[in-house]
Design a protein around this ligand. Sequence first.
Ligand code: COA
Length: 493
Amino acid sequence: MQDRIRNAAMRDRIVSAAEAAALIQDGMVVGMSGFTRAGEAMAVPLALAERARSHPLKITLMTGASLGHDLDKILAETQVTARRLPFQSDPALRRAINAGEVMFIDQHLSETVEQLRTRQLPAPDIAVIEATAITAEGGIIPTTSVGNSASFAILAKKVIVEINSAHPLSFEGMHDIFIPTYRPNRMPIPVVTPDSRIGLPYIPIPPEKIAAIVMTYKSDSAASIASPDEDTVAIANHLIDFLSHEVKMGRMDNRLVPLQAGIGSIANAVLHGLIESPFHDLRMYSEVLQDSTFDLIDAGKLTFASGSSITLSAAHSRRIMQDFDRYKPHLMLRPQEISNHPEVVRRLGLIAINTALEFDIYGNVNSTHVMGTQMMNGIGGSGDFARNALLSVFVTKSVAKGGAISSVVPMVSHVDHTEHDVDILVTETGLADLRGLAPRERARIIIQNCAHPDWQSSLQDYYDRACAFGGHTPHILEEAFSWHIRLRKTGRM
Ligand code: COA
């Protein structure tokens, strides 16, 4: 207890989860820790959901990103979540969002706290933050994610801290909490390399703001990452060949430039592919550190990884947490506005690798909306990185749902990343380097290199007929969504 709550007077604030949850009232804005299933407070939200079964209440729930332990499911099913931002990935919450029952505000992950600070969004009434420990001064040492926790704690009127003693005390020192100064006279954010340490190892708040402390013992829920398969290995190989070419052209050396890799199985597999690559002394300036980050460290390929969360499969989590001191010198977790900050992403010159649901023959990318209407997860950090990276790469398999859906379409049904933000597209069939190409040149290379053979000739036919209408970006407006409409009617594009 002395190690976990170092300010003796604060130990009087230890209460049960139900007592802490009683501080949350109907209509409140609640900021909770948690980022891609890592570092979320669990006991208080579960107690809140339990209370809502007999005494209904609704809140606006803000987090860093998605929550683990089915919390988004439970809070959606008990109808506690009325509004949700900035990201989620839970099937039950997704259903409620797509049914119009939960209002979901899908934001660039670097932006939420900027909007909070400038009072464009209502400040959290209360923050619920998972911690490794509380320092003698009342500073909160986060756990496996930082996300938006620091700004939630700083801006909220009251803070509930869940101390999770399942996490090792050696997490202390892994975090770098830096909050930018207010605009318009903001100083530059002084991150100049992925390992720049610019802030404090804890979240600084006045101790009197901590209204309740709840003691817990839980592991993060495991990431459900599919293992690399033939297609994702092919995607990784195309990308590695391309990067080798960039090295040969003298645009970077064998250490590459710092890497960002998005969530999901494909991005994880691509990073995994770097283990067998000729590159070395790699660095990451990313958002989520997945299994592949640790495999690259083990392989001696990656020297440093900066992120906002550590999200691991069960097997990796067991292994890495047991031996955490060995990995700690290679890691740093930052607030998501810093890990994803456009200023820093542009300064460091990243290779950003994110996943598309579909892209079109001109290079516009849809990462969020199935059939242009059904929310999948959200844009997450992909836009923060894609617009500002040195090389913005989007990967996807060329077909989905057993080949019924082509991921390359005449016109995307929703645009998250415009053609202006997309440099490289990769599927298992090949890679399209779009840099310096006009739309008509892009279409030829995307169809030729990235489309699945089953759909290639139909795409070529669409493009050829579209050219008859002329234009800088030729389209047949009557047909642009005909592939999606056919899918809705027949189950196949
Ligand atoms: N139309 C319909 N469904 C499609 C599709 C398409 N064009 N392409 C893929 N899907 C479906 C897959 O079939 C799969 O469905 P299932 O869960 O029922 O099996 C699901 O989408 C996920 O696709 P998968 O191929 O497994 O990829 P993934 O796990 O790598 O996730 C995204 C892909 C796009 C959903 C995910 O990367 C994402 O949410 N991205 C946006 C946020 C982001 O990029 N953050 C990164 C910054 S760190």
